[in-house]
Design a protein around this ligand. Structure first.
Ligand code: ADP
Ligand code: MG
Length: 697
């Protein structure tokens, strides 16, 4: 793109100041460049005509050709509408206008041929088309078969004749003057190697496609380019960071080896070994590590993080492990304390509820370096907590912490930033992780410890409740414990809470010989903790709860997870919940309960859960169903602002574009080669335009 595309939109033929202001306000279109990148959100296939008699429920849109046999105004008041009857040789279709009825009544002529395009809706046992587009049938427009781009517009714009067609006209005006200004923005080598359409063709055909094929090629090229520059930026950022930030060199594996040879109670999985090697590689590199470990629930992330701590401690530095809740922090502490004791290491736990005297004691030992492992909640990042030399900070269940909190950990060592390790049980496809967590390296534990039995998942209907209860009774008779989880969302909180307490009472009635606990987010922290502890100690056998039962909580004796109204949960959530069981040696089960009526999407989610326990497969399915926006629960601003590409649907293109960006930067890190001039130009103009177009008006 050159300066031409910085031209303000009001200077385009057909715009002018008033419309320009609307385009600014409503669509954030400020310049020629903004308009040319205002991509259609769908395309209407105007290449064929439907027969009225054949219109059915599978037609999202139809194009019809026929004559208006008569017109009438019907109804009164708000229901007053114009109905026009269009017929062809197969039947008759009602066309309905509520708005502008009088105007249409004057415009449409009986007995004349029309082309009609619209969305059929089914009402009173027959189809009609509300507010269709209607044009006179002429030999010219009957013959021009074309794909028509549809642009998102708004009520305000439509009232100023900037509906989809109006915008399309503007884009056409723009193309008539911009052809020679559109520059190729990728190198020739990349265009050839990846067989991409040229920039000019792609831009033109994405707005005015001749057919499916040119459209697909155009979209591919533009998506590729968008991902390419996104990845180029991320990779460059990371390279810069790696160059800039030194890390302490930890290369002695003395304590690690001792633990590995004499104390480790099980054999590590190959995936765990691989990840430890990757981390060790970072720790001895002299560069600051920033690494994400993704591993499904139960894949054994904790022990991996502990082994890495041992490397750091073996080199005389300190370590910290931060968990999102007190329950999880306790669990880590209790799980790792015996190991620390065997090795003669000093370890402590710091929580919000820690007493003043404890805090003081910890502070002293931290500052003289005697305390080697500190486990805790975000109490860890408070300013009062000062290490002598923090070498490694680990964050468990990353998605619960903000980037800002992670950044605070960096500050815990004044002389050299500590190495950072982040762990998450929310698996997402690798490339997506690299995009969303931009600056992190990614390690994946894609294997569960041997001997773990696969959790059996079943789908049951509400009406099978007796059968389900019978199953629970059998499991509890064998000494096992069960979870029963209810949905609870803010919008329907009262009703949901009632379902939960009703369910709790029903369970108490059904199983008088066992004890049940209840857990939900409205309870006080101590009450929650107390309930959780009772369940942990097997004082209660049934835990009726909302999703507050913590990610990562480990009760190996719990073997059944029942999810009520399972259709109301997302895939990631169902997967997390299922991960609460299957942590011991016994066969575990997940029972998803729904009503008979299910939407197609809910059915897909339930079927996915029944058919696989692989977190990555589930994540892919989730991504396809929902897109990446919800995946993290957090808005990663900027990165998700894509104009045409879709992180969920276009992950293959993302993969290829990342590879291309890596190749370019490996070969020519500063984009100095002549062949990369177009890329250098584009990077430069993007940097400039992100300043220029920084919508501060
Ligand atoms: P997560 O990845 O969900 O945090 P944990 O670290 O809590 O998983 O590990 C789950 C359980 O598996 C723990 O009881 C842990 O001791 C055990 N575990 C971890 N690695 C192995 C292994 N290689 N073999 C057997 N058990 C293991
Ligand atoms: Mg864990």
């Amino acid at each position: 793109m050159d300066r031409f595309f910085d031209t303000r939109i009001e200077f385009l033929k057909g715009v002018g100041p008033a419309k320009a202001e609307l385009l600014n306000k409503e669509l954030e279109i400020f310049s020629f460049g903004d308009l040319i990148q205002y991509y259609p959100f769908r395309y209407e296939d105007r290449t064929k005509f439907h027969k009225i008699g054949e219109v059915n429920h599978s037609n999202a849109f139809v194009q019809l050709k026929g004559k208006i046999s008569h017109l009438e105004m019907v109804g009164a008041g708000r229901k007053k509408r114009l109905v026009a009857y269009l017929s062809d040789d197969t039947g008759e279709m009602e066309l309905v206008w509520f708005k502008g009825a009088q105007w249409m009544l004057n415009k449409i002529k009986v007995g004349i041929g029309y082309i009609v395009f619209g969305k059929p809706s089914f009402f009173n046992g027959r189809f009609n088309i509300p507010h269709p587009e209607i044009d006179l049938l002429t030999s010219a427009n009957e013959a021009t078969s074309f794909f028509q781009a549809v642009y998102p517009s708004t009520e305000k714009l439509r009232s100023r004749f900037l509906d989809s067609k109006g915008i399309s006209r503007l884009v056409r005006n723009l193309f008539s003057i911009s052809h020679r200004h559109i520059r190729e923005s990728l190198s020739e080598r990349i265009c050839n190697h990846y067989r991409l359409a040229t920039k000019q063709d792609a831009l033109f055909h994405v707005h005015f496609p001749k057919d499916q094929n040119t459209l697909r090629r155009a979209q591919y090229r533009l998506k590729f380019e968008e991902f390419f520059y996104l990845q180029l930026r991320l990779i460059k950022l990371k390279l810069t960071r790696v160059e800039k930030f030194k890390g302490q060199v930890f290369n002695s594996t003395k304590i690690l080896t001792e633990f590995y040879n004499h104390h480790l109670p099980f054999e590590l999985t190959n995936a765990q070994k691989k990840v430890i090697k990757e981390i060790y590689g970072d720790l001895k590199s002299g560069k600051q590590m920033n690494r994400l470990i993704q591993g499904d629930v139960g894949s054994g992330k904790t022990i991996v993080s502990f082994l890495c701590m041992l490397v750091v401690i073996g080199n005389g530095a300190q370590t910290a492990l931060m968990a999102p809740t007190e329950i999880l922090a306790d669990q880590h502490y209790n799980g790792l304390k015996p190991f620390a004791d065997e090795l003669g290491l000093e370890m402590a736990i710091l929580k919000g509820s820690s007493k003043k005297s404890e805090r003081k004691h910890i502070a002293e030992k931290l500052s003289d370096g005697a305390l080697q492992i500190l486990i805790g909640t975000h109490a860890l990042i408070e300013d009062a907590v000062q290490f002598k030399n923090l070498g490694l900070a680990i964050v468990d269940e990353q998605h619960r912490f903000g980037v800002a909190q992670r950044a605070k950990l960096w500050q815990k060592n004044q002389s050299v930033f500590p190495h950072i390790l982040v762990m998450t049980a929310t698996p997402i496809p690798r490339t997506l992780a690299m995009t969303l967590y931009g600056d992190l390296d990614v390690s994946i534990i894609d294997e569960l410890p041997a001997g773990r039995k696969e959790i059996l998942t079943m789908h049951k209907y509400d009406s099978n409740r007796l059968e389900t209860f019978g199953f629970l009774r059998k499991q509890m008779a064998q000494g096992r414990q069960v979870y029963i989880v209810y949905p609870l969302i803010e919008e329907s909180e009262k009703l949901d809470l009632k379902h939960l307490t009703d369910g709790y009472e029903a369970v108490q009635r059904a199983f008088p010989e066992y004890r049940a606990g209840i857990l939900h987010g409205k309870m006080k922290a101590e009450a929650k903790d107390w309930e959780m502890q009772r369940f942990l100690k097997n004082e209660t056998q049934i835990m009726v709860a909302t999703t507050v039962i913590e990610v990562g909580v480990n009760v190996p004796n719990a073997t059944v997870m029942v999810v009520e109204n399972a259709e109301r949960f997302g895939l990631a959530q169902l997967h997390q919940l299922r991960g609460r069981v299957g942590r011991g040696a016994d066969q575990s089960y997940c029972i998803l309960i729904t009503g008979y009526k299910l939407t197609r999407e809910s059915r897909k989610r339930i079927n996915t859960m029944v058919s696989t326990t692989n977190g990555f497969e589930i994540a892919e399915a989730d991504l396809k169903l929902r897109g990446p926006g919800d995946l993290l629960g957090t808005q990663q601003s900027g990165i998700l602002d894509l104009l045409i590409a879709d992180l969920g649907k276009d992950s293959q293109i993302l993969e290829i574009a990342r590879q291309a960006a890596e190749e370019v930067l490996t070969d020519d890190p500063n984009l100095e080669k002549a062949e990369n001039a177009p890329i250098r130009q584009q990077v430069k103009s993007q940097r400039k335009s992100s300043l220029n177009w920084s919508r501060i008006s």
